[in-house]
Design a protein around this ligand. Structure first.
Ligand SMILES: *Cc1c(COP(=O)(O)O)cnc(C)c1O
Length: 422
């Protein structure tokens, strides 16, 4: 046989072995039946972006329709008294229970992630500085998500504080050594992501929380890339504050409102800056001045987006049924498989894995790096293979444990192989 022909035979054998492995993993997957619960999972489209916008659950269409006809259409304004006033806290408690290790009364669904981050970081900064005027710094890393960095800079400027930046390796994230060097007697608040949006690096949130506390600081965890994918133990790990997205692994739909967690011990001391009637002690008293409600209600501002918080309930029910531990186990299996397939199919084409190789240090996505990835992403979208692109040269492979199969993962990575420049 010629060398070329041998190469073709070897590639076919390799592909067949990978196919067999993906089907064996799918057959053995205890969560495999959940995939069928998502719209579009029956098609050949490959979705690698559930960490940016999760697929809709099938049950959601019916839930929305029922809401329009029965609750909104039937109950009309009575709906507020009957359930909608409490919905931000009821769903918040569910998120706390199924995904966050948070006891009831500490989590609420409200505004966008950005707005909730603003409200909580500012409240924490003000409380810390009032207690100790030397505490004027907000610590954040240079590779945190843009909105987190931008609004920390805005709060520092508006309140006469300072930003203390942590430099990080873009293929990793903030570790204990980096945080220890950044915090001290001037730190008011630390703002970190639990899972880095670019590399997928998973921080040790319990240890980092301890480091912040040892320095007298409060810490706010951004859980956007962990909620619904990586277990969090907010109470046990001593979190002060947290905020997270619901349209990523919680499948709440485009623009679904975020959740905020405020540890019970802090609630009475924190005053958030957007004082609106829905956060007031007696909403319908409509009194002459703002008096904040007790508990989580004080972190609301205006009328909560009820329609936007309907869909996430279907995924929360699935998470409760599957268990976040089993979801994490599948997430690790999916990312391990993706890394191994990437090593086999894509490394020979110059692609590098730009995420941690140790699953204990990795969240639910894997970033593959090559200078051509921007063009490769555009070509893949044309073929119904949908990852996303993040500079520099990063193709993000998001693997949503409830809706992604091993077969889908393999099909997508083979499409990446086919789209790479030769
Ligand atoms: C997705 C994401 C956000 C998004 O904020 P929005 O206000 O919902 O647009 C914020 N922070 C992180 C870390 C994210 O991954």
């Amino acid at each position: 046989m010629s060398t070329d022909a041998e190469g073709v035979v070897a590639a076919a054998a390799r592909d067949a072995a990978l196919e067999a492995e993906a089907s064996a993993l799918d057959v053995a997957d205890p969560l495999r039946s959940f995939r069928g619960e998502f719209v579009g999972a029956e098609t050949s489209l490959v979705y690698f972006d559930g960490n940016s916008l999760g697929r809709p659950p099938r049950a959601t269409g019916e839930r929305l329709e029922r809401f329009v006809t029965e609750e909104w259409g039937g109950r009309l304004i009575r709906g507020w008294d009957e359930s909608w006033m409490q919905l931000p806290f009821a769903i918040g408690d569910t998120i706390g229970r199924v995904a966050m290790g948070a006891a009831p009364g500490q989590t609420a669904v409200g505004d966008s992630t950005t707005v909730l981050l603003y409200k909580l970081v500012r409240a924490a900064f003000d409380a810390q500085r009032a207690a100790d005027p030397a505490r004027v710094e907000i610590v954040v890393d240079r590779d945190n998500f843009p909105t987190d960095r931008y609004l920390v800079e805005g709060i520092a400027a508006e309140r006469g504080g300072r930003v203390r930046w942590i430099d990080v390796d873009l293929r990793r994230g903030v570790d204990a050594t980096a945080l220890e060097a950044a915090v001290g007697p001037e730190t008011a608040v630390v703002v970190l992501s639990h899972v880095a949006y670019r590399s997928g690096y998973l921080t040790d949130a319990a240890s980092l929380t301890r480091i912040a506390h040892d320095a007298g600081a409060l810490i706010l965890w951004d859980l956007c890339h962990s909620a619904g994918s990586v277990p969090v133990e907010a109470d046990a790990w001593g979190f002060d504050l947290a905020v997270g997205c619901t349209y990523k692994y919680l499948n709440g739909g485009p623009g679904s409102p975020a959740f905020a967690y405020v540890a019970a011990r802090h609630q009475a001391n924190l005053a958030q800056p957007i004082q609106g009637w829905m956060g007031a002690a007696d909403v319908f008293l409509m009194g002459p001045e703002y008096r904040p409600a007790d508990g989580m209600r004080r972190f609301l501002s205006g009328t909560p987006p009820i329609l936007g918080m309907l869909a996430m309930q279907d995924t929360l029910a699935m998470i409760e049924e599957a268990g976040i531990g089993a979801i994490r186990a599948k997430s690790i299996a999916l990312t391990e498989f993706a890394v191994r397939v990437a090593d086999e199919l894509l490394a020979p084409l110059g692609v590098e894995v730009a995420s941690p190789r140790d699953p204990a240090l990795r969240g639910g996505h894997v970033t593959l790096s090559h200078p051509a990835m921007r063009e490769v992403t555009a070509a893949l979208w044309e073929q119904d293979v949908i990852p996303d692109y993040r500079d520099p040269g990063g193709l993000r492979i998001g693997l949503s444990p409830l809706s992604t199969s091993f077969g889908e993962t393999l099909a997508g990575l083979r499409a990446v192989e086919g789209a790479m420049p030769r």
